[in-house]
Write a protein that binds this ligand. Sequence first.
Ligand code: PGA
Length: 255
Amino acid sequence: MRKPIIAGNWKMNTNKIEARYLVEKLLQLANDCNWVDIIIAPPYVHINTIANMINNKSISIAGQNIHWEDKGAFTGEISPLMLKEYGCSYTIIGHSERRIHFKEDDDMINKKVRAAYKHDLIPILCIGETLSQRKEGKAWKVVEKQIKKDIEGLNQEELLKLILAYEPVWAIGTGIAAEPNDAVEIHNRIRDYFANEYNSNIAESIRILYGGSVSSANINNFIKEETIDGALVGGASLKIDEFSAIIYSSKIKIK
Ligand code: PGA
């Protein structure tokens, strides 16, 4: 069985007090939620504080991005080594906001994915099509191309650990989530891709999340689907009641 994941991407939100509050509340519920991997991706400046709060490991920390180099003259960037040293075990890579606003392409994303594994960080690799690409019937082609390039050079062991987040760009932050059937179709195609290009073990083991306007009101429509292993949650991860409800909804996976 694939263990579900509920991951909260805080993006460029939260001050010190808000960050501490969210983590305190999450810690209260996390110990009772051992069926699910709870991951939060806070802004870098909060990582140290949060790592010190989370010493029972019931919540894991992810970076929101990394550079592919270990160190050097890259003003404003963050190294995978730094994230690892400060307590991260995962990192988001290739979020559409990075692809769109910061012009990250699949070559860069592939370098980042490989750098993550080099430093023992598990990538949460985001892929997804824009609205015009979907309207043109190219959603799967776009996602397939992204996956192919982004995971180039990974070995079997690395692929087994990979987490993918299918996040249609038009569903992110808009309040308009994808139709669960459309998400299921892409998730199934991703599994078929891994079965064909690699093997059925990888296809069955790889965890694929849905992301894009997930809320407590719609999570059940996604999480009940066998092929959807959880969610990457943006806005709703900043509201503790919403995020808690989303975490609890994943219990359906163990029933
Ligand atoms: P959203 O963001 O839940 O606010 O749509 C999701 C994401 O960006 O990962």
